[in-house]
Design a protein around this ligand. Structure first.
Ligand code: DA2
Length: 256
């Protein structure tokens, strides 16, 4: 990957998407054709924000593979292949590993018995918050710390309650302000969390500069963010939200 290259790693959804895992929401039917169109619009939004789209080869046997963020954490030029707390999702890593190799990143992996999902890893400047909940355990957080401290990062474990991942509850604005649902995380170890108007408003993906990507299901939060001076790029990812996905889960951004 040449210096200055800004990449978005994505993985297209397959026909079995509706078999994706649900933990904290009621299962609802998923329209695979609509999901494919929504994913195309999501890729287009990332491309328009100046990212080169790098695709992991899809795998139709893995319904949750589209949530590519959970299989990979990238910090500087280090790509960490995760070991999901959901055993069924562990096979996703093989395809992601091939895609990462093509980018020429250095790789490391979370080894058994530790578990860690990328959705639990929130990087804010030199601080890396790691959610401890249903998918990521203390060993996973410790393994991440061992890999990231040499890169100058401070890893802070955060207990989560009643949510799938840390980033289901809290994400960060471009200036590092945390936004989301303070009720779902151990706020004692976090800086203040700005509460959002809608549950899905907890999820923003900074795209560079003052621009953030946000789901169409959070119009009031998007308006609040515009009031704060941010530019919002809005995408409808409703079919993925039915499976507890959000704007962060569908990509991994590599490069500044
Ligand atoms: C921040 N979030 C929420 C994520 N990174 N991942 C969502 C994964 C959803 C999938 N159905 C599952 O249950 O694993």
């Amino acid at each position: 990957m040449p210096p200055g290259d800004r990449v978005a790693l994505v993985r297209r959804p397959g026909p079995r998407l509706e078999d994706g895992l649900v933990t904290h929401v009621r299962r609802r039917p998923v329209d695979a054709a609509l999901a494919a169109r929504q994913h195309a619009a999501y890729r287009d939004a990332l491309a328009r924000s100046g990212r080169r789209i790098h695709e992991v080869a899809p795998d139709d046997a893995l319904p949750d593979a589209v949530f590519v963020e959970d299989a990979l954490v990238v910090c500087d030029r280090l790509a960490i292949l995760t070991r999901s707390g959901a055993p069924r999702r562990r096979a996703e890593v093989a395809g992601v590993e091939r895609a990462v190799a093509a980018l020429g990143l250095e790789t490391a992996r979370i080894e058994a018995p530790a578990t860690l999902d990328g959705g639990d890893v929130l990087q804010v400047g030199a601080t890396v918050y790691v959610g401890l909940g249903g998918r990521t355990d203390g060993r996973g957080a410790a393994a991440l710390r061992a890999l990231l401290e040499p890169l100058g990062r401070t890893v802070v474990p955060v207990r989560t309650h009643g949510v799938l991942h840390l980033k289901s509850a809290v994400t960060a604005l471009p200036d590092g302000t945390l936004i989301g649902r303070p009720d779902a995380v151990d706020t004692a170890v976090l800086p203040p969390v700005r509460a959002v108007a809608e549950e899905t408003g907890a999820h923003v993906l900074p795209l560079g500069g003052d621009e953030v990507l946000i789901g169409a299901s959070a119009p009031r939060t998007a308006a609040d963010l515009r009031g704060l001076g941010y530019r919002t790029r809005v995408v409808d990812i409703g079919e993925f939200e039915k499976l507890e996905g959000c704007v962060t889960c569908l990509s991994v951004l590599v490069g500044a």
